[in-house]
Design a protein around this ligand. Structure first.
Ligand SMILES: *Cc1c(COP(=O)(O)O)cnc(C)c1O
Length: 426
């Protein structure tokens, strides 16, 4: 980990050219890598030497970008994935198998809710969703002997619930399992979950990290702090020989790098959700301005949230930066510099009025996407969370009238004027 400040890491971490090499991160657009003799290549397959041989497992461009995100989070090792969905799937599947169980905050992104609640169940991995605001005692009750991890989002998309990371880390560690935190909305600029006890961090880099809505991607970062060997019987995949990889024992051979090495040489090898080097290059450009953009996103969102809160047609606003927010205190604790640019709110008159309001916005676009430079809106109940029942919607913290406003970095007066004009029509 470099000792630079966050702003410097955004720019300087990752690719560090030597004499005569390109200053910009090179796009190594090659599926494969050449060696001088067969023995050299054999040693790579035996994990005796490090090096590249096939981009499905690893690619230098991707790795330099993963290294930058690792540095920003203060982690030990990281890998890129082709999407945030792949990152969350791999993060869990790397330590859970059929017969295992996980505990998860109920207020998480709809796609992740479905991945865990439906798809992982089909693979024999059971999940218990818990109310993130419940007491430690209550959440502990959800842990079973076969529980292998606990999962939550720093700021839940789209309910804007702020997770008490320390509370969840304590529960996880008491149960002898790692805490996995999806830090997509806060980004390491505003919150570094490892500093609060999280063990593994995931990202949909598609959001603020890319920041321009040009490339789908994900990342997994391992703190290297979880002691897999202390619970060796629970995490056999890491602490016992892997018959699918020449009998290697990941913890014995790779120490703190065990988790990411296994995810790379086993999950990437078999499932192959690797990003293209071109996309990693675009992500890296996004990361170079992440610190500047997050600051402006937050500054604009605080003003937009305050404006909405004062408006007579607005029924409620949920934004951790508002003093009136139930999550203001937690927000101040974990994200004193600001939370993110996303605001959830509802209009008086409910679902129908909320949808009509969105249709009357001019500059603000209706898109599935969130967390990029352009201001955008979404009605989760009609769009991203459409597959959830009303009961699941409530459980996920998504009111049927909830509008998700992703405040961009345009001039705030133009953003508010657009909201104002649309509000006049409803
Ligand atoms: C978007 C999102 C995901 C899924 O990421 P993709 O890159 O779209 O696959 C996961 N978690 C959170 C919090 C998200 O916002």
């Amino acid at each position: 980990m470099s000792m630079y400040q966050m702003e410097t890491k955004c720019i300087q971490s990752g690719w560090k050219p030597k004499k005569g090499e390109p200053r910009a991160l090179p796009i190594i657009q090659s599926t494969t890598f050449q060696y001088e003799n067969s023995d050299q290549m054999g040693r790579l397959f035996d994990l005796e030497d490090t090096g590249y041989f096939y981009t499905r497992l690893q690619n230098p461009t991707n790795d330099y970008v993963a290294q930058k995100i690792c540095d920003l989070e203060g982690g030990y090792a990281a890998m890129l994935t082709s999407s945030g969905q792949a990152a969350n799937f791999y993060a869990v599947f790397n330590i859970c198998e059929a017969g295992d169980h996980m505990v998860c905050s109920s207020t998480i992104y709809g796609g992740t809710f479905n991945l865990f609640g439906v798809t992982l169940k089909k693979l024999g991995i059971d999940v218990t969703f818990v109310d993130p605001d419940a007491s430690s005692e209550e959440i502990k009750k959800a842990c079973k002997p076969n529980t292998k991890c606990i999962f939550g989002e720093t700021i839940a998309n789209p309910s804007m619930v702020v997770l008490d990371i320390e509370k969840f880390a304590d529960i996880a560690h008491e149960a002898g399992v790692p805490l996995i935190i999806d830090n997509t909305f806060a980004t390491p600029i505003n919150c570094r979950p490892f500093e609060w006890g999280a063990d593994i961090i995931t990202h949909s880099t598609t959001k603020y990290m890319d920041g321009h809505a040009v490339s789908v991607g994900g990342c997994i970062v391992d703190s290297g702090n979880f002691d897999w060997n202390a619970y060796g019987d629970k995490f056999k995949g890491l602490t016992r020989p892997d018959s699918s990889y020449h009998g290697v024992t990941y913890t014995a051979k790779f120490g703190k790098g065990a988790y990411i090495t296994k995810a790379t040489v086993q999950l990437m090898r078999d499932l192959g959700s690797i990003p293209s080097p071109q996309n990693a290059f675009l992500l890296n450009i996004g990361l170079e301005t992440l610190h500047l953009r997050m600051e402006r996103h937050c500054e604009n969102a605080v003003k937009a949230a305050a404006y909405l809160e004062e408006h007579e047609k607005v029924a409620w606003v949920s934004y951790p930066g508002l003093k009136s927010s139930k999550y203001y205190e937690l927000g101040q604790k974990y994200m004193p510099k600001g939370s993110c640019g996303v605001i959830a709110f509802g209009l008086k008159g409910g679902r129908r009025v909320s949808v009509s309001f969105m249709d009357h916005l001019e500059m603000t676009s209706i898109v599935t996407h969130v967390a990029d430079v352009k201001t955008s809106v979404l009605h989760p109940a009609s769009h991203t969370h459409r597959q959830l029942t009303d009961e699941q919607l409530v459980e996920a913290g998504v009111a049927p009238d909830l509008i998700r406003l992703s405040v961009g970095i345009e001039n705030i007066n133009d953003i508010i004027a657009d909201l104002e004009n649309a509000l006049k029509t409803v």
